[in-house]
Design a binder for this molecule. Structure first.
Ligand SMILES: [Zn+2]
Ligand SMILES: [Zn+2]
Ligand SMILES: [Zn+2]
Length: 270
């Protein structure tokens, strides 16, 4: 696989022009290392997936009110959904997003590129930081709705969905903050920011949690001080190396080649 920077640049420009943009998202590049907290908050609320979560969460609350199963079942569903969420995210992040099988199939390769490869290629590009709605929403619904339905019928199912989408908004916001060039005042944010940076810049096989590292601790992938795991050579390409790209060319093909090796080089070549 030959690195072809011009081809890669052309594809990137083409990709950007294909986006229907409005408000903040009209501007071509949005890099978190060059944004303020205020700009981030504006971009966050203008992003289509965040708006969809807030709308779906609000509608779910109405459905819950119209089919109210009682306070106790509702609280149980909200509690279980909040507990299931970090575990589901941990398993998906570790075994699906970092599972190195999605890029091996032509149908799933572009999806993997969009939902995780691009984010590790350039952790500061806000455009690929947010999860894609068509992958996040079904996942949230599968994790929360059947369980909610068993406990509280229709109302329970939508109590679960509402919890899932609002927790997703919280995750996405924390994830933005983790990549924004600013020092949070909150100890919680400072801590999770440091641990997520380790996942991006030290070793991608540690610290899979975004806001919650309970399952990293439980499953032995917690590396708070970058001392457990060695520095990983595949932290930006997730193992999709030139050799892999020869065998499984689909991600490279839709990316216009492999592009520059590090996020810094990518931005300089822009
Ligand atoms: Zn952009
Ligand atoms: Zn990240
Ligand atoms: Zn990751």
């Amino acid at each position: 696989m030959v690195r072809n920077k011009n081809e890669w640049r052309r594809r990137m420009a083409e990709k950007d022009s294909l986006f229907a943009r409005f408000g903040f998202w009209k501007s071509r590049k949005h890099y978190l290392n060059k944004m303020t907290l205020r700009e981030l908050i504006v971009a966050y609320f203008q992003y289509y997936a965040i708006q969809a979560y807030l709308a779906i969460g609000t509608v779910s609350l109405v459905v819950l009110a119209m089919n109210f199963p009682g306070v106790v079942p509702t609280l149980i569903v909200v509690g279980l959904s909040s507990l299931a969420y970090p575990l589901a995210w941990y398993l998906l992040h570790r075994y699906i997003l970092h599972g190195q099988f999605l890029y091996r199939m032509p149908l799933t390769a572009p999806v993997w590129k969009r939902i995780h490869y691009d984010h590790h290629q350039d952790p500061y590009d806000l455009e690929v930081l947010f999860g894609a709605l068509y992958t996040t929403l079904p996942t949230v619904a599968i994790v929360t709705m059947p369980m909610g339905w068993l406990i509280g019928g229709i109302g329970g199912a939508f109590a679960g969905l509402a919890t899932g989408v609002f927790v997703t908004c919280f995750y996405e916001f924390c994830h933005c903050i983790q990549h924004l060039a600013y020092k949070p005042k909150s100890e919680f944010l400072k801590r999770i920011k440091k641990w997520h940076m380790s996942h991006h810049f030290h070793n991608e096989n540690g610290n899979f949690g975004i806001t919650n590292y309970v399952w990293d601790r439980a499953f032995g992938t917690f590396d708070p001080e970058n001392t457990v795991l060695a520095k990983s050579p595949t932290v930006f390409n997730l193992g999709y190396t030139e050799e892999e790209a020869v065998k499984y060319p689909w991600v490279a093909r839709v990316s216009g080649g492999l592009g520059p090796a590090t996020p810094r080089e990518r931005r300089i070549s822009d």
